[in-house]
Design a protein. Structure first.
Length: 319
């Protein structure tokens, strides 16, 4: 069996793009790879598209919307897209940068007081209590965007998991909660909640909720009609179920019900979208910030900045 990884899928899509002018009606390589992912590896469902900046080359779906209905998945099926939200949040704050409303290298505490004074988690003492010290550097917007802030998801960092698992620590109530940093800002790379905080900066600076800002400035101009933090009742029939990995490696389907509207909007993850919609966003990036009918979402120079190395020689680590 050929295993599927994001890297392998990326190679396949690049190969397809390179052959864009020679593709016929079928693309057996990518279709077989995705079909194997469903039938052999018991992935519940997958939908995919391959596109250039101007046209869709291939699209398809395999598997079912849920375990009971047998409804097939396709390019217009709605998924909870998790961290794919981050690219749209980053686009939003770069729009504010273009307008001079934020600066990349200023302390983020200028926009959110919660980020003014932060602690670094250095470990735990013999009693299991956290050892904290004040950070010597401020977190900047640049740090938050590039995962060099020191904020970490507890699923990726053992110390943060231990910190959040202490008795009496409440569950998060908003999109981004203040936690200690796991290193001084700008000194390392660690995938974390930085872009969650970027979403809150967008809200604070724009005066809009993240849902409102996205719809007005990105999603509607790009024609992304099925992308939102809120899954509407009329779209529930297209929503693909979510699953959770169990200790034995199996996947357990979450109860199928209409997701409630969130109490806050998380820039790090939380959007619902489709392949068809998200490709429109990616095509805008390929066109250096230009949307349909010449609509300008970002300046070309901004997309160039977003596409370049922003962390220097820091290692990006492994997930």
């Amino acid at each position: 069996m050929t295993p599927i990884s994001r890297r392998r899928l990326g190679r396949l899509t690049l190969a397809l793009a390179a052959q864009a002018g020679r593709l016929g009606a079928t693309t057996p390589g990518i279709e077989e790879t995705l079909r194997q992912g469903v039938t052999r590896r018991r992935i519940p469902a997958v939908a995919a598209m391959v596109a250039t900046e101007g046209r869709t080359i291939w699209s398809g779906g395999f598997g079912s919307r849920d375990s009971a209905s047998g409804v097939s998945v396709g390019p217009d099926s709605i998924f909870a897209i998790a961290s794919m939200t981050k690219a749209i949040t980053s686009t939003a704050v770069m729009q504010l940068l273009e307008k001079g409303k934020v600066k990349l290298n200023e302390p983020a505490g200028k926009y959110l007081s919660a980020l003014e004074k932060l602690d670094v988690l250095e470990g735990f003492n013999r009693e299991g209590n956290p050892i904290l010290r004040p950070a010597t550097k401020p977190v900047t917007l640049h740090n938050l965007l590039t995962h060099t802030s020191g904020f970490a998801y507890d699923m990726w960092d053992q110390n943060m998991l231990r910190y959040n698992s202490r008795p009496g620590v409440p569950s998060p109530r908003v999109a981004a909660e203040v936690t200690p940093l796991i290193f001084e800002p700008g000194t390392r790379w660690q995938y974390g909640t930085g872009v969650d905080w970027v979403g809150r900066i967008v809200e604070a600076v724009s005066g809009l909720t993240l849902e409102e800002y996205f719809q007005r400035n990105i999603l509607q101009p790009l024609g992304m009609q099925d992308t939102s933090f809120i899954c509407k009742a009329e779209n529930f029939g297209r929503l693909v179920s979510t699953y959770r990995r169990q200790a034995d490696g199996s996947l357990k389907e979450d109860p199928r019900k209409l997701p409630p509207a969130p109490g806050s909007f998380n820039g790090g993850g939380g959007l619902f979208s489709t392949c068809t919609d998200y490709v429109k966003f990616m095509q805008m990036i390929l066109r250096r910030g230009e949307g349909p009918h010449g609509a300008r979402i970002l300046e070309a120079a901004t997309v160039g900045m977003m596409s370049s190395n922003q962390i220097g020689d820091l290692g990006a680590g492994r997930l």
